[in-house]
Design a protein around this ligand. Sequence first.
Ligand code: BTN
Length: 251
Amino acid sequence: MTWPLETIWEQVAPSLPGFTVELLPEVDSTNSELMRRARGGRLEPTLLVAERQSAGRGRLGRAWQAEPGASLTFSLGLVLAPTDWSGLSLAVGTAVAGALHPAVQLKWPNDLWVQDRKLGGILIETASTPGGARARFVIIGVGLNVRPRPPNGLSTPPACVQELLPELDAGSSLGLVAPAVADAAKRFEADGFAAFQAAFGQRDALAGRPVRLSDGTAGAAAGVDGHGALVVHTAAGPVAITSSEVSVRPA
Ligand code: BTN
């Protein structure tokens, strides 16, 4: 397998001065590595790709497990100063889905789905910058299943890129997705989630469906608002869900 790192660099560097691309055979987690670097003062825009993660992380403290070659794992770290951070993971998800295939849907707040099965996920973390103020170093971590893999005890086997695009491997998937993520980050900084709201809506896997929140609230998902909050129509009226602690699943 080849990694199109130079092509990605050529596509992204004009809009991200100082941009570097790096491929590691193994690291604990590309997000953790970029976080360590940021704490050491290294804030240049970096795309860090790992062939293997020994301690990949998902949201809410979950693990992200992947065999080398079976999955694509990378993080993009860069300084951003948007006026409002809300909706960034939705914007990134919209960009990843748009770069891949019309059948890729988004499950609020950060999952990529194909026919209600998980294709991938996004883990966004931020660190402060010395300048303080609004600018933060943001680490956008993306994990995508590329090859089919055994369900590993999960009730639903995960989706993978190759069921939609059999010719793609982890390298060519990165070539499609990474420039789109970089582009989305800059567009989000300039225009906020509003610039992505319509595109998210077209891929919203929950829209119109019955959902149940982890606090027991039930209702019908009704899209996202201009800040990326999930709108749920409940018996008591519409509520806007922003907490990442809320788990949402079809009832
Ligand atoms: C989720 O589904 O909860 C998010 C999964 C995010 C996984 C990616 S893989 C690259 C980056 N490094 C990590 O440790 N996690 C993210």
